[in-house]
Design a protein around this ligand. Structure first.
Ligand SMILES: NC(=O)N[C@@H](CC(=O)O)C(=O)O
Ligand SMILES: [Zn+2]
Ligand SMILES: [Zn+2]
Length: 344
């Protein structure tokens, strides 16, 4: 008999769905597994106001597989020009659940991001007042800071002063990758939470160089040392409601990944919950999977937990070498390899 677990349907609190044909290609993978997802706004051009968010939400809903009940939770892209009025209108819309801070130049499509948080005081005050969380890609961008240290340096230079200045602001430290971030969030007030990806739970930085350069294991924040991976696993299985699931599934065409200057991002939505089951099972903590995947994120965002369930079984399946992707190909995590849990 294979091991089987049934859990409340999970949600993905950090997801890139892209747009157009790419959106249509990847959306079914998420919808099969998750009830809702926080949809990242780093399109070109970025989703900077409620009209753009509503139109993007429409485009997502239009290509939803029939019969599903998936709810895309929209976000705004914070810029130096986001006003308090933009925030109030977002709140009133009921469709915007967070505002994303990308330090300018930190990651994919972040060139319209924030150059100086000092420009965002009015917007941040409005978010504090109206209870809209700030979702943070927490890396400094200074060229003189080692790429492996950018998250840690962001904590000291930006996160601490931000939380100090805006004492009521709710903050999600997105895709944490270091022991420093896990410890910081653990010790922070209850208004601070973090998402953790499956790939940062399963791999350390060796995975980028196993037998040669592995562009499909390159993402931001970049994979870190084993000691950091172990800290992330400890946080994820701790039972603390501050840590919850966010896949950061970030599809890029094969041609853009396998290039002289390859894009950052891993595609994991094809096994969006299965990979977490593997990571939790590996440390004998499957009993902690449901809280992390299905409860704590909803609780943090003030949304009801899902009412239905999914079942996972410990049966190996082969991941395709590639998936069709808007006239190109998409290389999923573990392409050509095996995943040890599957959705029933
Ligand atoms: N995680 C990534 O490596 N890439 C993301 C952007 C992001 O989440 O920083 C993307 O949009 O491709
Ligand atoms: Zn990011
Ligand atoms: Zn992301």
């Amino acid at each position: 008999m294979s091991k089987v677990i049934t859990i409340t349907r999970p949600d993905d609190w950090h997801l890139h769905l892209r747009d157009g044909a790419a959106l249509s290609a990847v959306l079914p993978d998420t919808v099969q597994r998750f009830g809702r997802a926080i949809v990242m706004p780093n399109l070109r051009p970025p989703v900077t106001n409620v009209e753009l968010a509503a139109a993007y939400r429409e485009r997502i809903v239009r290509v939803l597989p029939a019969g599903g009940s998936f709810d895309p939770l929209m976000t705004l892209y914070l810029t130096d020009r986001t006003s308090a009025e933009d925030i109030v209108r977002a709140k009133e819309s009921g469709i915007v659940h967070g505002v994303k801070l990308y330090p300018a130049g930190a990651t994919t499509n972040s060139d319209s991001g924030v150059t100086n948080l000092g420009h965002c005081v009015k917007a941040l005050e409005a978010m504090e007042k109206h209870g809209i969380p700030l979702l943070v890609h927490a890396e400094v961008t200074d060229a003189d800071i080692d790429v492996f240290d950018r998250e840690k340096v962001f904590i000291d230079r930006n996160m601490v002063p931000l939380l100090e200045r805006f004492q009521g602001l709710r903050v999600v430290f997105e895709h944490i990758t270091t022991k420093d971030a896990a410890d910081f969030v653990t010790q922070a007030p209850g208004r601070v939470a973090a998402t953790i990806t499956a790939h940062h739970l399963l791999m350390n930085r060796n995975a980028m160089f196993a037998g040669g350069m592995r562009p499909h294991h390159y993402c931001l924040p970049v994979l870190k040392r084993e000691e950091h991976r172990e800290s992330l696993v400890a946080a994820a299985i701790s039972g603390s409601p501050k840590f919850f699931l966010g896949t950061d599934s970030a599809p890029h065409p094969k041609s853009a990944k396998e290039a002289a200057c390859g894009c950052a991002g891993m595609y994991t939505a094809h096994a969006g919950i299965e990979l977490y089951a593997e990571a939790f099972d590996a440390v004998g903590a499957l009993d902690k999977l449901e809280g992390f995947s299905s409860f704590y994120g909803a609780d943090f965002y003030g949304l009801p937990r899902n009412a239905d369930q999914i079942t996972l079984e410990k049966v190996e399946w082969n991941v395709p070498e590639s998936l069709p992707f808007a006239g190109d190909e998409l290389i999923p995590l573990r392409a050509g390899g095996v995943i040890s849990w599957r959705l029933k």
